[in-house]
Design a protein around this ligand. Sequence first.
Ligand code: FEO
Length: 396
Amino acid sequence: MKSHEIKKGIYWVGGIDWDVRNFHGYSTPQGTTYNAYLIVDEKVVLIDTVKKELFDKMLHRVSEFVDPSKIDMIISNHAEMDHSGGIAQMLEHAPNAKVYASKQGEKALMKHFDNSFPVEVVKTGDELSIGKRTLKFISTPLLHWPDSMATYCPEEKILFSNDAFGQHWASAERYDYELSWGVLREAAAKYYANIILPYCRQAEKAVTSVSELEFDMICPSHGLIWKDHVKDILAEYDKWAHQKSENKAVIIYDTMWGSTDKLAFMLQRGLEDEDVKVSLRNLRFNHISDLMTEILETRMIILGSPVLNNCLLPTMGAFLTYLKGLKPKGKIGFAMGSYGWNDKIVQEINDIMSELNWEVPYDLINVKYVPDGAELDHAYETGRKLGCLMNDSEKD
Ligand code: FEO
């Protein structure tokens, strides 16, 4: 894999994390990249760094284009350690470099690096002239940390967007046109669902503010560079930020002795008989971060669990914790499950759906031990009612 000159004098110098399979709870079967960018102008600028374990590789790539000691500026768009982890080591090689970050970024870097280097604070509207080019800063707070910002180079029409518009995708390819749009869109959707989703309002604001800029390339800090699909990914972000979902259903559940599985199947049959597309996802075989990707664009979410030791099954407990943090909105929810002697526990699923402000139109189904014929019929009929409800809402 050669380092890439993405435009004349601007280089991708990041690190490829081929082996990471779990990124703070998010499954990354494809690995990821930490993208850093080098601009060689009258000033030499490094935009973001990499996770500290990949620092030597970044240094090697930088050295292909410039003596690292010539770096004048390091822009830290975001202090999370996958992007700032290499700053302190970089400063050992570039002792004259100044570090730039947002006000919150300064605070975060001070804490992460024990005040070991000074940080110049920049904010929206600030500009740095680096020779033939200018760097402008756009604060994007809570996208997805308070310190997050983007850097824009108007002369080159490039937006260095940091985490926004990223994908966890390690590959030999660097540009969107080298992969199919469908594959890349799915990776970007997973990234949005697991990282950006709680901050949809901020995502909407960011899409609005960057839409006023003229750019033909988005260089995120993870994954491939957007070149051919800049408009497409902006449109997807606009849709995701408004939490527009499709009229389909997903049943997410676990089962001990098959009772919750039987209920899931009857709900599925009822929904199918109302021509609703429905998928069944057993928590034991599906990673919660993949389920969140499905939830992002799915209107109806049915959750089911049996009771174990007076609690929900741990798989459902973990999933609900993750779901509460990511706060998907605008869903129709339904809870179901089975129990032996504590019939209060499945209600916890309902309560979380209500906390999330989901529409919960029908009473949950909670079956003692094993569903009998009448209970299975009720689950089927409930599936049909849920299907009718969703079909009716489509006509409204
Ligand atoms: Fe990719 Fe928030 O760090």
